[in-house]
Write a protein that binds this ligand. Structure first.
Ligand SMILES: Nc1nc2c(ncn2[C@@H]2O[C@H](COP(=O)(O)OP(=O)(O)O)[C@@H](O)[C@H]2O)c(=O)[nH]1
Ligand SMILES: [Mg+2]
Length: 210
């Protein structure tokens, strides 16, 4: 299904910094959310693939976040997302993929239930230096019955192999788990294609058994 997310839509806009208007033929919107802990790379991921300059509400961290946002492992991070990241990818003339980055901090959890309505699937971004931050996301997705894959954003010092990550997150074998670099557009496209393939496989399996 590689053609699902083609260069056609993804290439425009981002590199040139120009905003790509939504095509007048666009008829169907698909929604995917990117969830995960603080500083795991959600904003970076949405930014890497969006054809529009993503809407993001990064704010310089204030005293309000001190002691709430855990920054000790994320030394370079001086901004935090206070709402959602939002990006868009045109898949073809009619299909548009909307990407939402959802804040991972506990004080935003109340927003999740609304966010998940109508969501096709989710990407859980994981950072192996702080795997416990991914647990809540996975638990909530399972609670909502939202299909998901897990993408480990590879930061320097990530030493665990994927098998031990799977074990640490208690992921069943049928949940895809891959490595990615949230800064790299091709890598993020691969993540989205993996999710779409997973959704396709789940639908096919459901149709076969029904
Ligand atoms: N080394 C490395 N740094 C990354 C990667 N992805 C994101 N970052 C950096 O990690 C920090 C946190 O990323 P951000 O997207 O703001 O995280 P968010 O809180 O999940 O939205 C930023 O300074 C990014 O530039 C990655 O794959 N590798
Ligand atoms: Mg962010």
């Amino acid at each position: 299904m590689d053609s699902t997310i083609s260069d056609h839509g993804v290439d425009s806009g981002v590199d040139s910094g120009v905003r790509t208007p939504l095509r007048s033929t666009a008829a169907d919107g698909l929604k995917i959310v990117v969830v995960g802990g603080f500083g795991v790379g959600k904003t970076t991921m949405v930014r890497s693939v969006s054809e529009i300059r993503p809407l993001s509400t990064e704010e310089t961290m204030t005293q309000a976040g001190v002691g709430v946002d855990r920054t000790s492992d994320v030394v370079d991070k001086t901004t935090t997302t206070v709402a959602f990241d939002f990006g868009r990818i045109s898949l073809d003339e009619q299909m548009v993929l909307y990407l939402f980055g959802a804040p991972g901090q506990e004080r935003f959890w109340f927003l999740w239930d609304r966010l998940f309505s109508g969501t096709l699937g989710a990407v859980v971004l994981a950072d192996t230096r702080r795997l416990e931050d991914s647990w809540y996301s996975i638990d909530r997705l399972e609670h909502h019955g939202t299909p998901f894959i897990v993408a480990r954003n590879v930061f320097p010092g990530a030493t665990h192999d994927l098998d031990s990550v799977r074990e640490a997150l208690s992921l069943s074998d049928d949940v895809p788990l891959i490595d990615c670099d949230a800064r790299d557009r091709d890598s993020v496209k691969h993540v989205l294609i993996t999710l779409v393939d997973h959704l396709f496989a789940l639908t096919t399996a459901r149709e076969t058994t029904s």
